[in-house]
Design a protein around this ligand. Structure first.
Ligand SMILES: *Cc1c(COP(=O)(O)O)cnc(C)c1O
Length: 404
């Protein structure tokens, strides 16, 4: 069962810790993970939380306690996962565009690596030969995902080794006797149709005979979660059923079966997150009523970057009559969270909450306009715990070197 926080809990957190404030509901994250593991009961699957969605150490520790592994997009995320207590076998580094030295570090940490270029694979082969099992990221030319910025599998994408270069890939593997333990395809984010994942399994199915040492097939992340009522979402139970059929087909055709890996980011933490702001000003213009909050795209960039929709609720007047607003930030450039949005009547001083703010919310926050990054709070067994202090003035100048 999905779990959500009450208005009272959110208001209490805002009163205790101030705004703007990110609040994460641990129980919701647990429920999401349990929905995944339940759907795939009895199947050889492994979930790696795509930690770039939200890397607070307490989130990584929560994953550890739940038994969820971690996928990393940088070597620092791998170091964070280790710091949180994850065992190397439960850490996966799906690199892209990185310097080979980060792959060397990953090997020294004994974590899994998915390599995404022929160039790095060749360097890897030269240095490690067959001694270290490794995954290879492929680009299948499948267009998927919510929009182009979050689509990674299409034919102009920088990600993965294009399937057209399969011969060159196999030649490198042969030359250095590289132990390819896994194939990886992540086609993008916000994939609502199970059929997209099954297209990927079709690609894997044809490739399996060429990779005799395979142990896992990695389908990446990208499960779609609803951001508003009526939004579609990935049907996880249907996916599990189709994956089961895929395994049976592998078994009957090749007498082989593999561990299936997934890297859900948004699915794990999006809904658990709430971003609470306070209304600084109501500005009535001839055409628009602006509600200006004490935040901006420096704290939640998804609306400006992806035109993402976040449900906005007025915590202070939840049952007031609806009125139409543009909810905007305080950054000195166009900074719109929502246009033409119906919200319960807003007064200055009201608390507005942005829902589904757990994934790519705080994680993409910056100090633009020399504003402080927000504090973060986790609701753990009903108790609000501060898990990151709000920035202070010292944080703004911490790494600057005065030479004048
Ligand atoms: C970003 C990313 C994910 C997670 O995507 P979500 O849409 O958050 O589930 C998974 N795998 C890789 C390789 C990624 O880059």
């Amino acid at each position: 069962m999905s779990h959500s926080l009450s208005n009272e809990q959110l208001i209490a957190a805002a009163n205790s810790f101030g705004t703007p404030l990110y609040v994460y509901d641990a129980a919701n994250i647990e429920a999401q993970y349990s929905a995944l593991t339940t759907a795939f009961t009895g199947q050889p699957v492994k979930f790696f939380y795509a930690s770039k969605a939200l890397t607070n150490i307490n989130i990584l520790k929560l994953m550890l306690h739940m038994g969820c592994a971690v996928d990393c997009s940088s070597i620092n995320e791998a170091h964070l996962a280790i710091k949180a207590g994850h065992a190397p076998k439960n850490i996966l580094y799906t690199s892209n565009g990185i310097h080979f030295s980060e792959i060397e570090t990953a090997v020294s940490l004994s974590i899994h690596v998915n390599i995404d270029s022929l160039s790095n694979l060749e360097k890897f082969g030269k240095k490690y030969g067959s001694s270290y099992p490794v995954g290879i990221r492929l680009r299948p030319n499948i267009m998927a995902g919510g929009n182009l910025k979050i689509s990674t599998g299409h034919d102009k994408s920088k990600f993965g080794v294009p399937l057209e270069q399969l011969e060159a890939l196999l030649a490198i593997i042969d030359t250095y006797q590289i132990n390819i333990a896994g194939l990886h395809i992540h086609t993008g984010s916000e994939i609502k149709d199970v059929s997209v994942f099954m297209k990927v399994t079709d690609v894997f199915f044809d490739l399996v005979p060429k990779f005799p040492q395979l142990q896992f097939l990695d389908l990446g992340g990208g499960f779609k979660v609803p951001y508003k009522a009526g939004d579609p979402s990935t049907n996880i139970n249907e996916l599990a059923t189709e994956i089961q059929k895929f395994q049976e087909k592998l078994q009957s055709t090749y007498a082989r079966s593999f561990e299936l890996w997934f890297e859900p980011g948004k699915y794990m933490v999006s809904k658990a997150g709430y971003f609470i702001t306070e209304v600084n000003v109501i500005k009535q213009t001839p055409t628009i009523t602006f509600a200006g909050v004490n935040s901006g795209f420096n704290h939640l960039i998804r609306p400006m970057l992806y035109e993402a929709y976040h449900e906005i609720k007025n915590l202070s007047n939840p049952n007031g009559p609806l009125a139409t607003y543009d909810v905007v930030g305080n950054i000195c450039e166009t900074d719109t969270f929502a246009s033409d949005r119906q919200i319960a009547t807003i007064a200055e001083g009201d608390l507005l909450v942005f829902e589904n703010a757990g994934a790519y919310g705080f994680e993409m926050a910056s100090n633009f306009n020399s504003r402080y990054k927000p504090a973060e709070v986790m609701i753990l067994k009903g108790e609000a715990k501060l898990i990151r202090q709000r920035d202070t003035f010292e944080d703004l100048t911490r790494n600057q070197v005065e030479v004048l």
